[in-house]
Ligand binder design. Structure first.
Ligand SMILES: Cc1cc2nc3c(=O)[nH]c(=O)nc-3n(C[C@H](O)[C@H](O)[C@H](O)COP(=O)(O)OP(=O)(O)OC[C@H]3O[C@@H](n4cnc5c(N)ncnc54)[C@H](O)[C@@H]3O)c2cc1C
Length: 552
């Protein structure tokens, strides 16, 4: 008989959710990759899924967060060095993601001179979705480096100088000049104490030294990844707010007038260093025209918004997969949790949101693959803020509910859920918080109303015959008129847009059990304030068979 005190067989505990291939085990992801144009990347993504889901990688992610970065403002002799020291695990996850090209792969044609590779954004999105599950904090420098190229293209000479280093897949954390490095990363500095959304209130000044070069003096209240080799920053020049490339070091290796004041002590995102910084006569190179700082840097911000949605979808997937895994192994009252009707319904209800988040995020990634196609341009303009809003706002409640599915183990650090839970709200806050996304949607609808028409046409083509979708389209038209008069309707409108498009995508591409449950609960009926409420009657078994991690 088992010893009731020293029972080391730990029966009825679910096995650790590790060494699970994050690509092959995720049917929704695999289908999204194929549908949105990146089937060619499947073999490579399968390899990356094995790496990112490995026990070793998950342990790296844990270590990088348990040992957060430390500010080293001075050396032993009291000289300023303004460096940040990271745990080796952080460097390793950076190296894994950069080797995969997540910081650069969509731009590789810029060096070779060919056309963009079809499906490059969708393939990269799949990698990013899995990298976020391995370790979410390092995704910040990865997304900023990738997105920086969109802004840098406004300064062809600077782009020519920096692109070869950005496009290198080698991670080089040495604190030496970019010129001598094998690869570089870039950050972004917009937010000041007095305003992050309202960047026009920036007080940092840029004094012109010659045609392209400026002396930058001021501060940034948030500057993440401060060991980046350069930053795109906003500062006030003579003709108004402008964008500058500010290298961390000068060509002689000295600090470029940059002082790290402190690192933020954050709720989550702990592996990633986010600093407060001061600039004193830092050398900056103008990117784009003077006075056009916001339109220049917005090209970068738009890409990071895509990544916020993609990584939140990844975190939702990871939370859901762990919850289902646990429920498949844990018995309560002689029955596996997954077979308890109420638990099955909760899990299935969460699976619907995870599926919708993935569908929306990968459809958006395809829009970025769409280049100059007018429908895709319209999709990017309207659906980037819509997708970021809905996916990033839905993720925290799903992660919380998934954590609860593990009972007390969900709340304990070793299981990994607290890391996910602390991380997940940040994607809604940075790169344009919720209300800002909604106001952005209103702005697009005012300035380019045809974007909505194109969007509604897409929903109509995917599923206009379906009465619940048709009713949603009618609701959107009514809400649009109201939102144009009354800003406070914006969240309702944006949510409806997200739900209608998600419903249409699921109707066209997901099994009927999924799409029907989604339409019945999200676009009709009494759903919900919590998962599992107002969702009676959905086909939990069919939904969960699809959502369950597919492991041998
Ligand atoms: C971990 C972390 C890392 C970060 N890293 C960086 C970085 O590297 N570089 C960088 O530049 N910034 C960074 N940020 C800053 C981030 O982008 C800002 O915090 C964000 O843009 C919001 O700006 P704010 O904090 O000034 O809030 P505010 O702009 O004051 O906004 C506060 C609230 O008001 C809402 N709001 C704003 N305007 C309106 C309106 N007109 N109507 C209704 N509601 C409105 C917003 O949605 C928000 O909820 C980081 C933030 C975090 C948390």
């Amino acid at each position: 008989m088992a010893d009731p005190i020293r029972d080391d067989t730990a029966f009825n505990q679910s096995p650790p959710f590790i060494d699970v291939n994050l690509f092959t085990s995720d049917q929704t992801l695999r289908e999204a990759v194929a549908r949105e144009g990146a089937e060619w990347a499947a073999v490579d993504l399968e390899v990356f899924g094995g790496v990112t889901g490995s026990a070793a990688a998950i342990e790296l992610g844990r270590c990088a967060n348990v040992h957060p970065p430390e500010l080293q403002a001075f050396d032993a002799q009291g000289q300023r060095i303004d460096r940040v020291a990271f745990h080796p695990a952080y460097h390793e996850v950076m190296a894994i993601s950069m080797a995969q090209g997540l910081h650069c792969s969509t731009w590789e044609h810029l060096l070779t001179g060919g056309a963009p590779k079809p499906g490059a954004y969708a393939a990269r999105a799949a990698g990013f979705y899995m990298a976020a599950q391995m370790e979410p904090g390092h995704c910040c420098p990865i997304t900023m480096t990738h997105a920086s190229v969109a802004a840098l293209r406004h300064a062809p000479a600077l782009a020519a100088e920096w692109l070869p280093k950005i496009l290198s897949r080698a991670y080089d954390p040495e604190a030496v000049t970019a010129e001598t490095k094998t690869g570089v990363t870039l950050g972004m500095g917009m937010t000041e104490r007095q305003g992050g959304t309202d960047v026009r209130a920036n007080t940092t000044r840029a004094e012109r030294l010659d045609d392209e070069t400026y002396a930058i003096t001021g501060h940034k209240w948030f500057l993440s990844a401060p060991m980046s080799d350069a930053f795109l920053v906003l500062a006030q020049a003579k003709d108004g707010l402008s964008c500058f490339l500010l290298p961390r070091l000068r060509p002689d290796g000295a600090l470029n007038g940059l002082r790290l004041v402190r690192l933020k002590d954050k709720l989550g995102n702990r592996s990633n260093a986010s600093s407060e910084v001061e600039f004193e006569n830092a050398q900056g190179f103008r990117v784009g025209e003077e006075g056009r700082g916001v339109p220049t840097i917005i090209d970068m911000v738009t890409l990071t918004r895509l990544d916020c949605a993609v990584s939140s979808a990844g975190l939702m997937r990871q939370a859901l997969a762990r919850a289902i895994h646990h429920a498949r192994h844990r018995s309560v009252f002689q029955r596996l949790l997954i077979d308890q009707p109420l638990m099955a319904q909760v899990l299935a209800d969460m699976a619907l949101d995870a599926e919708a988040a993935t569908a929306l995020s990968f459809r958006l990634a395809r829009a970025f693959d769409g280049g100059a196609d007018e429908d895709e341009i319209a999709y990017r303009r309207l659906m980037t803020p819509v997708t970021k809003y809905w996916v990033c706002k839905t993720a925290p409640s799903l992660v919380y509910e998934a954590m609860e599915c593990l009972g007390g183990n969900g709340y304990v650090e070793e299981g990994g859920f607290p890391l996910l839970y602390r991380e997940v709200p940040v994607n809604a806050i940075w790169e344009g918080s919720g209300n800002v996304m909604c106001l952005d949607v209103l702005r697009v609808l005012e300035r380019a109303p045809e974007t909505l028409r194109r969007m509604l046409d897409e929903i109509d083509a995917l599923g206009g015959h379906e009465p619940r979708l048709k009713a949603a389209l009618d609701r959107i038209e009514t809400l649009l008129a109201e939102a144009m008069r009354d800003q406070s309707v914006a969240r309702t409108l944006v949510e409806q847009l997200a739900l209608a498009q998600a419903g249409a995508l699921l109707l066209a591409h997901a099994p009927a059990a999924v799409s029907d449950a989604f339409l019945a609960t999200r676009l009709q009926g009494t759903w919900r304030s919590t998962y599992g409420a107002g969702a009676a009657g959905l086909d939990a078994r069919a939904i969960l068979d699809r959502a369950a991690p597919q492991v041998a």
